[in-house]
Design a protein around this ligand. Structure first.
Ligand code: HEC
Ligand code: HEC
Ligand code: HEC
Ligand code: HEC
Length: 168
């Protein structure tokens, strides 16, 4: 019985801790999770899956997973049904994707016909082309005891190396 109470308490703290991590972006656009991006971006997904970002939640202990001061940089956000998106998924860098992943915007045919217009539509619907600023909210000394020096130009090719290999 005491064990059950403890487990429930820990779970309650986890919910509170994660609920506290609500960014301004989430207020306007909703998250969908990396599996949704995978349906069209298989190469980036496979490549990202091999990186520490994909498993960034797993490096926390069960106790740390309940701590507000830890989860912020080790999760992406939450789905509408409260499911936690563990680790640093696509949307942690590219923005919550519910609106920009729409086939009206991210369609191969339509995008290819007018890339500039679709890029603009995607950005208006929340797509982020990440710059250093999008990384250093997590890659900062503040609150990050494991901080390593961060060099955007060196690091950006490692997030889904397939892009770097293609020279894109
Ligand atoms: C229905 C298929 C589909 C889904 C789902 C989808 N995308 Fe896309 N996305 C595309 C297509 C098609 C393009 C246009 C560029 C291309 O053809 O690769 C694109 C473009 C992009 C671009 C800009 C690429 C460029 O060359 O400017 C990014 C970044 C991106 N998607 C990220 C994501 C992320 C992150 C998700 C998940 C939240 C996602 N996409 C979901 C099909 C999709
Ligand atoms: C840690 C941050 C980060 C994560 C996580 C991430 N990306 Fe990216 N993505 C970037 C950066 C930075 C670039 C630009 C790379 C460059 O300029 O070399 C990029 C580029 C892209 C592009 C091409 C855009 C272009 O300009 O050609 C697509 C498509 C894309 N990402 C999709 C995804 C998908 C799908 C996922 C998840 C499976 C994902 N990304 C996860 C940071 C991220
Ligand atoms: C939501 C927080 C967050 C954001 C945003 C973020 N990172 Fe990270 N990053 C992490 C964490 C946490 C780790 C450690 C993962 C681990 O070792 O388990 C990490 C590790 C890395 C690593 C080491 C990769 C590996 O496989 O071990 C690189 C390179 C990196 N990040 C680059 C970037 C770049 C470039 C951006 C921006 C385009 C970015 N990160 C954005 C949290 C973030
Ligand atoms: C401000 C964002 C941030 C916060 C808050 C944060 N981390 Fe991290 N953590 C990172 C980043 C980024 C990395 C990757 C190292 C780097 O590049 O700075 C990392 C790396 C780690 C690693 C090493 C993973 C590996 O594979 O080597 C562990 C373990 C870790 N963090 C645990 C924690 C714990 C426990 C807490 C809470 C006390 C915490 N983190 C809070 C951003 C953060």
């Amino acid at each position: 019985m005491r064990k059950l109470v403890l487990i429930l308490t820990v779970m309650a703290f986890a919910v509170v801790a994660i609920a506290a991590f609500v960014s301004a972006e989430e207020a306007t656009h909703a998250y969908v999770g990396a599996k949704k991006c995978k349906t069209c971006h298989k190469a980036q997904f496979a490549s990202w899956s091999e990186t520490g970002h994909a498993t960034a939640f797993d490096v926390l202990s069960d106790e740390e997973k309940t701590k507000e001061e830890c989860v912020g940089c080790h999760i992406t956000g939450k789905l509408a049904d409260e499911t936690v998106l563990e680790g640093v998924q696509c949307e942690a860098c590219h923005g919550p994707g519910k609106d920009y992943k729409s086939p009206k915007i991210m369609s191969k045919k339509k995008w290819a016909a007018d890339p500039d217009a679709h890029k603009k539509m995607a950005i208006e619907a929340g797509l982020v082309y990440p710059i250093e600023e999008n990384c250093v909210k997590c890659h900062t000394k503040e609150g990050n005891a494991n901080f390593k020096e961060f060099n955007f130009e060196e690091a950006k090719g490692k997030v889904h190396p397939v892009m770097a290999e293609e020279g894109k």
